[in-house]
Design a protein around this ligand. Sequence first.
Ligand code: ADP
Ligand code: MG
Length: 701
Amino acid sequence: MFGSNVFNGRAMRECLSDEAYKSLMNSAKTGAKIDRRMADQVAAGMKAWAEERGVTHFTHWFQPLTGTTAEKHDSFFTIKSDGTAIELFDGDALIQQEPDASSFPNGGIRATFEARGYTAWDPSSPAFIMEAGSGKTLCIPTIFIAYNGESLDHKAPLLKSISALDKAAVDVCHYFDKNVTKVTATLGWEQEYFVIDETLANARPDLLMCGRTLLGHSPAKGQQLEDHYFGSIPERVFAFMQDFEQESYKLGIPLRTRHNEVAPGQFECAPIFEEVNIAVDHNTLLMDVMHKVAKRHKLKALMHEKPFAGVNGSGKHNNWSLATDTGVNLLAPGKTPRTNLMFLTFFVNTIKAVHDYADLMRGAIASANNDHRLGANEAPPAIISVYIGKYLTEVLDEIESRVKDKFSEQDEVILKLDIHKQIPELLMDNTDRNRTSPFAFTGNKFEFRAVGSSANCGSPMMVLNTIMAETLKRFKHDVDALIEKGEKKEIAILHILRQYISTSKKIRFEGDNYSEEWAEEAKRRGLSNFKTTPEALDAYVTDNAKDLFFGNNIFSKRELEARHEIMLEDYVKKVQIEARILGYIATNHVLPAAINYQNTLIENIRGLKEIGLESSAYKAQLNLASIISGHIQNINDNVEAMIEARKRANNTEDMHKRAHMYCHEVKAYFDKIRYHADKLELIVDDKLWPLPKYRELLFIK
Ligand code: ADP
Ligand code: MG
């Protein structure tokens, strides 16, 4: 079943001529252009393969900056000049389409008179068949660009970063192994999510429209007993998991792991790692599949970073490494002193890259959703640091202290042997786990843990690839300079490694990232702590970031500025929608329920009075009625003030300013309103409460 809906190597072999097959394979491997005639052949093969499986339509499948995937389906069906029908899918349709792009965010790139956008085939990610009910659609993974080629999606810059990294890493590999001709970044994501009953979710406008609860008192029992993590998977959820796993297998997504997560109703799945472009496609595809399959089970899968206050939120750990075409994982310790030096080179360069571009790493994971999670004592903080564990800390210390300015060949040999002895061959089982670090080395890969659960991994991976490419280029430059001065290659490498270890020290942290002390210590070290998205996004437009992105051909100036604008706008829209929904449910759901209950109390007080009881007999009722009035007043005042704040923000032209206003002025009312609504939830008659409560959402399966 695995990959049965994927136009993979096997399907290509069956459906394509030798010539077309070779050309497509070559293009996927090297990025070489496919000529037009070949594209016709590939399209014909793809169509035959798809039609045999009942496919009637095709779509260019892409990942616009709105955070989801986009499709516009076209039928193979067309009319010939004589009016008769034919099914057609040619090279043109495969290579390029022009979706109506005006409704996708563009950050001002497309002037209104030039609203065209194009999708263009990415031959390095295989086409696949998406099934929805009885409909089957051939999906062609594509990039999405404006009419002048400027990128408007996640994939185009990711592909550029992959090739920049490939080139830089191969160059550095050649110090150790001339046989390496290609280096690919690998990604294994771990996807956390919540599952709740669909009917209950639909009764909550906040969950329906924002994907998270804006109100809701925490239940008497949350995750404090820690009984969910190791518990058995509830049957209904289990059936859902099996179902989406089956769908994923057909699509070639190699899911392997499933388990409960810490919060009640929270789960995780993870695949076997893949080449990063494919892995990103597979993650976005999986999220889509999960939403669809959940419906079949009358469940709702929530990918939001923080659907419920008071229990853990969801992240998406991005396990990242580098693999050569000679079969070596560059972040796994080697078997010999020489291969271990290669490992250390890539290892130290990664730390240096994160050190030099920590703010950009923070920017890459910034979103309105993720702001609720980062630094909330359950997820990595907004401070970027690197954890490497005890063994490797000792190894780096050793290099730092033993590599001297004057350094004989004898010293070098001994040092290399010593280091080799220090690195256990199976680091994976020897690295102590620090679960609080945003970027941790876990034996044979780095794990970027601060990525949000609903995020497209493309952006953080693009940033990681690019900063690594840049750092490796500089490394090569630095080492070559020493070699030119007459230094022996391996001594030159050790010298530069020592230098990088020293200069990137402040980014390394082995302690508890959730602690208050770390926030203070990080401040002393001069590390940034951008708590909110509008601040964090500024990292994209610093001089440092511009040099990086322009120098590695990832973004042009306009693309970068547009992207920054799009992300700010996305932030504004998300907070704006939440503010509207919050105002709406507070006013239309919570207040009427409170007033209803208050009326019951008033009625009761009146009756008790009427039958001649003393006021002591209705003291409690009076007190409750007055407390309710207080909350009602507070909610009303805060909602009004929030609406005013929104108006002020909306009237602010500058997107940067507007985002800051939404962040600090509009959002500031969320907690105030929630506080009073949640208090009312505890008082008001359960029968009258119009919203499903946390205990129902989290515990009914
Ligand atoms: P954990 O203890 O964090 O769960 P695992 O070894 O189970 O660690 O791996 C978690 C994820 O890391 C999986 O998705 C796996 O595919 C991925 N992974 C393992 N090796 C690599 C690698 N070389 N490159 C990228 N991802 C990897
Ligand atoms: Mg993990």
